[in-house]
Design a protein around this ligand. Structure first.
Ligand code: HOZ
Length: 426
């Protein structure tokens, strides 16, 4: 029996599904997750000594790759000075400066410990500021697992067919309106009907949790316009896209500014972190300045902040995003060609270094489109790739991430494997 299998058997008795986050469980693709022993650069090694070129990247944070030298050094240095103080630090100030400099729409920022917390808190600020209760989100977008947001949710919600979680009070779910991603008319209709009650629109400006779906031209601009016209708060969930699709996130890439922004992943360099921030008039409502309460013992944790700052410094170097773009484009081209050669219907959606190959004819521009993908074929493809040493997300409804640690050779290995895996998955 493999060591991964032995660990999974034990884990399954002690941890729900044997995993600490459902998408890791491989339920959508079959088989068993390798238990990871170590990782470096673009590779991970499991406890059985197998190695994989990794396109999961811890689901987004590892834009520099695993165990990047400056990040590890920053963590070690910070840890030597204490792991948590529950008191303010210079690092938090530096992080606030870095975030506000990168995102002109963020005038004040609060650090938390996860993307879930960031989204949950941003919504509370929007409700507190507007005195309204309704929230509008998009089908297949995922903003963490807070009650109000587990409505038509992507990521694990899409993967496991539980987009509306049990345990969310119906009265609370009723406060969350939904519309199809990229459907501005549906948004306008909802605002016409209930605009005076809508506190906020929350959106992943590039959807990453139904697979990657870019915003249609004019969609983000339209959201900006309609929210402004109705006095609602526009929240961009840039937990994945922040510092990923551009240094200043989707807001820089598409030239549309949010009122509030949620960040996470990259700003923690692979350690648990989140942040929400935005207009001063909104953020001044947060305690202790204002009446919206939000707190956390480990918020702004010095290790996470040190890892995040080291990551941002590396990303700020010339050429980082050109390199990510070039690598992403190479992988996209390779996957498109491989699918064409195998005669497999596929649509590759990519924004910079995040991409998803959907097993269906295109275009995929919303959750209904993503759901047309052949998930059985994805599962077979996934297993065939894993067998060839390539680790993808174990679900059709997630993104693949390229990092600065990936080389052209890594990508060519993945593309070669994909050509074979597509033929096998046919
Ligand atoms: N799509 C999820 C985060 N954006 C994957 C991570 C998880 O749920 O464990």
């Amino acid at each position: 029996m493999s060591e991964s299998k032995r660990l999974l058997d034990t884990a399954a008795r002690l941890i729900p599904g044997g995993v600490n986050s459902p998408v890791r469980a491989f339920r959508a693709v079959g088989g068993q997750p390798p238990f990871i022993a170590r990782a470096e650069g673009a590779r991970v090694w499991d406890v059985d000594g197998r190695s994989f070129v990794d396109f999961v990247g811890s689901w987004g944070p590892l834009v520099l790759g695993h165990a990047a030298g400056p990040v590890v050094a920053a963590i070690v240095d910070a840890a030597g000075r204490g792991t948590s103080y529950g008191a303010p630090t210079a690092g938090e100030v530096e992080m606030a400066e870095a975030v506000t400099a990168a995102f002109p729409s963020i005038e004040m920022v609060r650090l938390v410990s996860s993307g879930t917390e960031a989204a949950m808190s941003a919504i509370r600020v929007a409700r507190g500021a507007t005195g309204r209760d309704l929230l509008l989100k998009f089908d297949g977008c995922y903003h963490g697992h807070a009650d109000s947001l587990l409505v038509k949710a992507g990521s694990g919600g899409a993967t496991f067919g539980i987009p509306d979680s049990a345990g969310v009070p119906a009265a609370l779910a009723a406060l969350t309106l939904t519309a199809p991603f990229n459907d501005l008319d549906a948004v306008r209709d909802l605002f016409r009907a209930r605009g005076g009650d809508i506190a906020a629109v929350i959106v992943e400006p590039v959807a990453g949790n139904m697979g990657v779906v870019p915003p249609a031209p004019g969609f983000l601009e339209g959201l900006r316009e309609v929210t402004q016209a109705h006095g609602a708060v526009l929240i961009f969930d840039e937990v994945i896209t922040g510092f990923r699709v551009a240094y200043g996130g989707a807001q820089e890439r598409y030239g549309v500014q949010a009122d509030l922004t949620c960040l996470g992943k990259i700003i923690g360099g692979g350690l648990p972190v989140g942040a929400y921030g935005g207009r001063r008039r909104l953020m001044e409502r947060v305690a202790p300045l204002g009446p919206v309460y939000q707190a956390g013992t480990l918020s702004g944790n010095p290790l996470a902040v040190a890892a995040g700052l080291a990551t941002l410094r590396a990303l700020a170097r010339d050429g980082a995003y050109d390199r990510l773009e070039a690598l992403g484009a190479r992988l996209e081209r390779g996957l498109v060609d491989a699918a064409a050669r195998a005669g497999v219907p596929a649509t590759v959606n990519r924004v910079g270094s995040m991409l998803t190959g959907f097993f269906c004819d295109g275009p995929v521009r919303d959750y209904a489109g993503a759901r047309r993908a052949d998930t059985g074929r994805y599962a077979r493809f996934f297993q065939a790739m894993l067998a060839r040493g390539i680790a993808l997300a174990p679900s059709q409804f997630e993104a693949a991430f390229v990092s600065l640690a990936h080389t052209e050779a890594d990508l060519d290995l993945a593309i070669g494997a994909a050509a074979e895996a597509m033929a096998e998955a046919r």
